[in-house]
Design a protein around this ligand. Structure first.
Ligand SMILES: *[C@@H]1O[C@H](CO)[C@@H](O)[C@H](O)[C@H]1NC(C)=O
Ligand SMILES: *[C@@H]1O[C@H](CO)[C@@H](O)[C@H](O)[C@H]1NC(C)=O
Length: 273
């Protein structure tokens, strides 16, 4: 199940096609340890997570799937019901994740994108109620993760339509993804997400993927990306209603190079909280 899931996830994500062989180096450079309970690792390969979590600044992780395999101690696993393709294994796997201590559930991945979970708001609301809402007594429920698209029916407007059918889904957090060109655009999108969520009395916003457009297939300029990451996470750490975030992604060519933190990874794991 685990390897199928990982392969399947990898197949879904064009970016992972660029993944390089792993050479694990555990000699993380000593840096200032300041913990943020918000900061997470979005990963496909669990062996990469310890490189981030060894810094003491990363407290949770998810892998677009619902089974963890040997996450480092101290890193909370958050299961996700990616989309319809995973309904079959869900019931058994979610019970197991919850009994292993997971206390949040993430909803569908980019239902507003044809290449991702691809669901209309009303279809998604029905599935959410069927598969996720029943666990509201044992976990906090996070919404489907919408993109930052401003096209009609996508992004936050998809979420608003979804909420008209999911007002009794017991959702306590809104998940969003952002890809764009500047940290100012990033902040204004996340602010808009927080205010949209608040109209449904949802107080938590999770930014579960974010990166500059230039870096979606791997970081193109370490220094530009590190500046962006530093400013974005320092700002999110100061926003009470942004409760969790994970940069895209914990993998070689992104936060790591040859299995070790690169300049961007160092910025991600050393900024103040
Ligand atoms: C939703 O939450 C309310 C209040 O916490 C609870 O009474 C209700 O049973 C929950 N609904 C489901 C389907 O779990
Ligand atoms: C932010 O969260 C706090 C509770 O932690 C809540 O009182 C406040 O209304 C929220 N603000 C928004 C804009 O959602």
């Amino acid at each position: 199940m685990v390897s199928f899931t990982n392969l399947f996830t990898a197949g879904l994500m064009a970016t992972t096609a660029l993944a390089m062989p792993h050479h694990m180096h555990r000699d993380v450079h000593p840096i200032h340890k300041r913990s943020s309970t918000k900061r997470g690792a979005a990963y496909n390969d669990v062996s990469t997570v310890s490189t981030l979590s060894n810094t003491g600044t990363v407290t949770w992780a998810y892998n677009w799937a619902f089974s963890d395999s040997d996450l480092p101690t101290g890193v909370d696993y958050v299961p996700m019901l990616w989309g319809a393709k995973f309904f079959g294994g869900w019931l058994t796997a979610i019970e197991s994740a919850l009994s292993s201590g997971s206390n949040y559930i993430l909803g569908f991945n980019e239902p507003d994108m044809a290449s991702q979970a691809d669901m209309s708001p009303s279809t998604a609301a029905g599935y959410y109620q069927q598969y996720i809402t029943p666990y509201s007594g044992s976990a906090k429920l996070i919404s489907p993760a919408v993109t930052s698209s401003t096209d009609t029916g996508k992004g936050l407007s998809w979420f608003e339509e979804f909420m008209t059918d999911c007002s009794s889904c017991n959702i306590t957090g809104l998940a969003v993804h952002w890809y764009g060109d500047s940290v100012d655009d990033f902040k204004s999108f996340v602010q808009k997400a927080v205010s949209t969520a608040s109209t449904y009395n949802i107080e938590e916003v999770w930014v579960t993927e974010f990166a500059l457009n230039a870096d979606t297939s791997g970081v193109t300029d370490q220094s530009t990306a590190a500046d962006f990451v530093n400013e974005a996470i320092t700002w999110m750490d100061s926003q009470a209603n942004v409760t969790r975030y994970s940069y895209f992604m914990c993998a070689d060519n992104y936060l790591l190079t040859n299995g070790a933190l690169n300049t961007v990874g160092t910025a991600y794991t050393s900024s103040s909280a």
